[in-house]
Each structure stands twice: as C-alpha cells, then as structure tokens.
Design a protein around this ligand. Structure first.
Ligand SMILES: [Mn+2]
Length: 304
C-alpha cells in the first residue's frame, strides 16, 4: 500500500482539490480516488477556513469509499469538548465557552449552524476518528508520537484507537492523566518559558509556554528548541539551555502535522516528517508527502 499524507486543511477545500488533481486523483461518483494511492488526512480539517463543511464532505466520502484514512486533530477534539456537557459543572461544557475558544471555533459554528442536526452529526463523526494510525509500515499522528504516551493511553481507546465515549470527561479534566496524554499526542510537547518571557500567538493571546520541536535530540538555545511565530524577536531566546532527548528511532516512519511550518518542505529526520506547511494562511501551501514504501523518508517526496 502506498499513501499521500496531508494535514491541517482547516477548511481550505480549494487547496485540497487542487492538490488532489496534482496528485492524480480523479473525481468519481464515489468521491476522489486514485488507482494506486490512498490519502491519509492527519487531522485539523476544520476551523479558520471558509469551506469547512465542503472539506468534511470531501474527506468523509473518500474515507467511506476506502480511498482514505483520517485521524483526529486538536481542532476536532476541541469541537467535541465544545458541545459535550460537563458532568461536574452542570450548565457548562467540557471546553469552556470563553471568548478565545469561541473565536477559534466561530466559522465552524456559523457554517454548520451551532446545535443543528448537522453540527451534532459531524461531532459524532469526529468521535469516531482514531487518535493515531499504526499501520504495517508507517505511523501517523496529529502532533507528537511518543511510545510511552501511546502505551499509557491505550486503556482509554477502543480497538480502532478511538477515545472511548466514556472517557471524554477525563480527557478535558486537567487533574486526570488522560488530559496530558491527549495534550501531548494532539497538541505536542511544550515548555514553560523563563520568568518574564512571553509571546503573542496567532489569536493575539499572550503565551508563557512554547511548543517545542520534539523531534530534536539536542538543542543549545531556546531559539533552537521553541516553535514561535516567525516575527517574534525575543532577546531571551538566545539563552543557553541543555535539551537532550532520545529521539525516535523505531523502524516505522512517523508522519505528523500541526506545526504551521513554512519554507521548502523537508523531512525532520529519516524517520519523522511534518506535513503541515500552513495551508490555513493566505500564502500557505497544502503539502503532501507521497510515501512509496520507503523506510527512510526523503524530502524529494513532498508534493505541493
Ligand atoms: Mn493542530
């Protein structure tokens, strides 16, 4: 089996249709299909873009006709939390309905008509998405593969690696270990920045924690380790640190998305490739990695 792997479409259905055509997929009465390849969608189909419902329909058609796999991203996870009542705080929801959260989710809520049948239908579909794929030769996860966390989260998953319906309350409870497992797998690893160091994220929220490049094995400065917006110039990022990690060296390569990378797509290591190049931004491109059976990934296999 060979695959085209794409992530973080965020409602950009036109970029997706363009990429599918470029990859040689044809439209049929069963949705897009290819004679050799299947698609893998690495989550974050929704939020931000103008064609979220169209994106969902296109992807689900492909999945239903065995022409694609799809996994959960943090935006689908959050969408579930938005509609799910909090059993411990009657009247509240697992994901707080505050201004920041509503802003992140508002285009989705408007397009799907909040609380409509259609909205609930797609939320139920999101609940059926696996957290990761562990196929014969490759692995796929939205943000971060960590063997220890994958082992820890298994008791909360069904045989298809979907979160059990009964565990969503705990998945949104910061006191419960499942919360941290979901954070790491779907949102990646973070560090707390030194006192007084902060930056503003895409929504303008002040952040004192930073996502890190979990795929690195060493880093000598915060600048090297942290993933911050391109225009952030923070003097303290030159601070010396001593980051060490054992890295990922299993036989199966891992594909992930989530990180809003820019520039020419390259693999992070021969075993790790991020396929998110900020398609949600006006000038961002939607990228596919065309995997042809190789156990060592190469940057030449990106198509965009
Ligand atoms: Mn994401």
């Amino acid at each position: 089996m060979v695959f085209d792997i794409v992530s973080d479409i965020h409602g950009q259905v036109k970029k997706l249709q363009y990429l599918l055509a470029k990859l040689g997929y044809c439209q049929s009465d069963q949705g897009y299909c290819h004679t050799e390849y299947k698609m893998i969608f690495v989550g974050d189909l929704i939020d931000r873009g103008d064609y979220q419902l169209e994106t969902l329909n296109l992807v689900k058609d492909m999945v239903d006709n065995q022409n694609a796999y799809v996994i959960m991203g943090n935006h689908e996870f959050n969408a579930i939390g938005w509609v799910t009542p909090d059993q411990q705080q009657p009247g509240d929801f697992l994901r707080e309905h505050n201004v920041t959260h509503r802003k992140q989710h508002q285009i989705f809520l408007k397009q799907l008509q909040e609380n409509s049948h259609q909205h609930i239908y797609w939320i139920n579909w999101f609940k059926s998405l696996p957290l990761f794929l562990d196929l014969e030769q490759i692995r796929v996860i939205h943000a971060c593969w960590d063997n220890y966390i994958i082992d820890q989260i298994k008791p909360y998953l069904n045989e298809k690696n979907c979160l059990l319906a009964s565990v969503f309350q705990n998945a949104f409870n910061k006191q419960h270990p499942l919360y941290d497992y979901c954070e790491i797998l779907l949102k990646g690893k973070e560090i707390t920045l030194p006192d007084g160091v902060y930056y503003s994220d895409k929504e303008g929220t002040r952040r004192h924690k930073s996502r890190i490049k979990w795929w690195l094995e060493t880093a000598q400065t915060l600048q090297q380790l942290c993933l911050l917006p391109d225009d952030e110039k923070i003097a303290e990022l030159g601070l010396k640190i001593n980051f060490q990690s054992e890295g990922y060296h299993d036989t199966k390569p891992v594909f992930f998305g989530h990180y809003w990378l820019s520039g020419k797509p390259i693999v992070q290591t021969p075993k790790l490739a991020c396929v998110d190049y900020s398609a949600a931004l006006p000038n961002g491109k939607l990228v596919a990695y065309r995997w042809q059976g190789e156990s060592s990934l190469i940057s030449e296999h990106f198509i965009y």
